[in-house]
Design a protein around this ligand. Structure first.
Ligand code: NAD
Ligand code: UDP
Length: 314
C-alpha cells in the first residue's frame, strides 16, 4: 500500500479523476464530499472497491478520522463561477474554516497537506502570463471575491502551518481544466458550449469573446498533482496548459468538432470577468519535469464524447 489519502471533493470533477489515479498508484483513499456541486455517481465505478471509502461530510465542520493518514488533500470547493456565486458563504467557509480544520487534522495525524488553489488568485491579471511570484489584481469585495479571496486565505493559512508548525505542504494553482465528468449544468464555458452545440442551441459567448483562457486537460493536471506529491516544495506551483485562446475561438473549435449547426450569440460579460489568463509553467517544468501532453482538440474530442454519452443517457 502506497499510503492513505483523505481527499476532500472526491465526488467532483477533479477529485474523482484524482481518486482513480491514487487508487491505481496503490493508495487507500478516504473520499470525502458533501455533494453540494459533485455527485457520488462520479465514483460509482469504485463502489465497494477495497481501497476506497466514501465519507459524506461537510468539511466546514471538523472531521474525526480513526485511522492513520499519510496525506490530507483538500480539493473541496465550488469551482464554477455560477456555482460559487450561488453559494457565496459556503464557498468562503469551505476554503477558510474547511482549510483550517483539515490543516489541523493533518498536523494531528502527522500527515502531509495538499491544497487545490486556483489561477483566480491572480484575479483580473495585469501581468501576463502569470508567474507564481505575481501578487495578483483582485477586487476583494466584488462578487468573485468569495472564491478568489477564500483561496488566497487558504494559501496563506497553509503556508502559516508550514512556517509555524513545520507541516509539510503543497499548493497548486490550477488553471481552467476540462474533461469527462464535468457537471454539464454547472455553467463553465467548455461544458456550456459542448452541451449547447450537441443540442443545436446557440453557443452563448459572454462579452465580445475576446477574453482569453488557457485550457488544460484533466489527465495532465492529475499527472502534475502526483508529481508534486513526490517533491518537497511548499510554495504555490501553477498547473495549466499555456496554449491560450479567446473564448470566441473556443466556441468556433467546438462548433467545428461537434459539426453543429448552432450559431454563436453574445450575452453580457459577467462583472470582473478576467480579460486574459495564461500560466507561466517554468516552475512546474523545472521542479516536476512536467508539461501538458494533451492538445486542445484531442482533449475536447474526448470531452465531447463524454458529454454526448451523458446527454443521451439523461
Ligand atoms: P467540482 O464542483 O466538480 O468539485 C468540487 C467538489 O467539492 C464537489 O464534489 C463538491 O460537492 C465538493 N464540496 C464542495 N463544498 C464542500 C464541502 N463544504 N464539504 C465537502 N465537499 C464539498 O469542481 P472541480 O472543478 O472538481 O474543482 C475541484 C477543486 O479544484 C476546487 O478546489 C477548485 O477550486 C479547484 N480548481 C478547479 C479548476 C478547474 O478548472 N476545474 C480550476 C481552478 C481550481
Ligand atoms: N463564458 C462564456 N460563455 C459561457 C460560459 C462562460 O463566454 O456560456 C466565458 C466567461 O465569461 C469567461 C470564460 O468563458 O470569460 C471562462 O468561463 P468559466 O466560467 O469556464 O471559467 P472562469 O475562467 O471564468 O473561472
Amino acid at each position: 500500500m502506497a499510503g492513505t489519502v483523505l481527499l476532500t471533493g472526491a465526488a467532483g470533477f477533479v477529485g474523482s479523476h484524482l481518486t482513480d489515479r491514487l487508487v491505481r498508484d496503490g493508495y487507500r483513499v478516504l473520499a470525502v464530499d458533501n455533494c453540494s456541486t459533485g455527485s457520488w455517481d462520479n465514483l460509482a465505478h469504485l463502489q465497494g472497491h477495497p481501497q476506497v471509502k466514501q465519507i459524506e461530510h461537510d468539511v466546514i465542520t471538523p472531521l474525526e478520522v480513526n485511522e492513520p493518514l499519510d496525506w490530507v488533500m483538500h480539493f473541496a470547493s465550488p469551482a464554477s463561477p455560477p456555482k460559487y456565486l450561488a453559494l457565496p458563504v459556503a464557498t468562503l467557509r469551505v476554503n477558510s474554516e474547511g482549510t483550517y480544520h483539515l490543516l489541523e487534522l493533518a498536523r494531528r495525524q502527522g500527515a502531509q497537506f495538499f491544497l487545490a488553489s486556483t489561477s483566480e488568485v491572480y484575479g483580473d491579471p495585469l501581468e501576463h502570463p502569470q508567474r507564481e511570484d505575481y501578487w495578483g489584481h483582485v477586487n476583494c469585495t466584488g462578487p468573485r471575491s468569495v472564491y478568489d479571496e477564500a483561496k488566497r486565505y487558504a494559501e496563506a493559512i497553509t503556508l502559516a502551518f508550514h512556517r509555524q508548525y513545520g507541516l509539510s505542504v503543497r499548493i497548486i494553482r490550477i488553471f481552467n481544466t476540462y474533461g469527462s465528468r464535468m457537471d454539464i449544468h454547472d455553467g463553465r464555458v467548455v461544458t456550456n458550449f459542448i452541451r449547447q452545440a450537441l443540442r443545436g442551441e446557440p453557443l452563448t459567448v459572454y462579452g465580445d469573446g475576446r477574453q482569453t483562457r488557457s485550457f488544460q486537460y484533466i489527465d495532465d493536471l492529475v499527472e502534475g498533482i502526483v508529481r508534486l506529491m513526490q517533491v518537497n516544495y511548499p510554495y504555490p506551483v501553477n498547473l495549466g496548459n499555456p496554449q491560450e485562446l479567446t473564448v470566441l475561438a473556443l466556441a468556433q473549435v467546438i462548433q467545428e468538432l461537434t459539426g453543429t449547426a448552432s450559431a454563436i450569440i453574445f450575452h453580457p460579460l459577467p462583472q470582473d470577468d478576467p480579460k486574459q489568463r495564461q500560466p507561466d509553467i517554468t516552475l512546474a517544468r523545472t521542479k516536476l519535469h512536467w508539461s501538458p501532453q494533451v492538445d486542445l482538440r484531442t482533449g475536447l474530442a474526448q470531452t465531447i464524447a463524454d458529454v454526448r454519452r451523458r446527454c443521451l443517457s439523461s
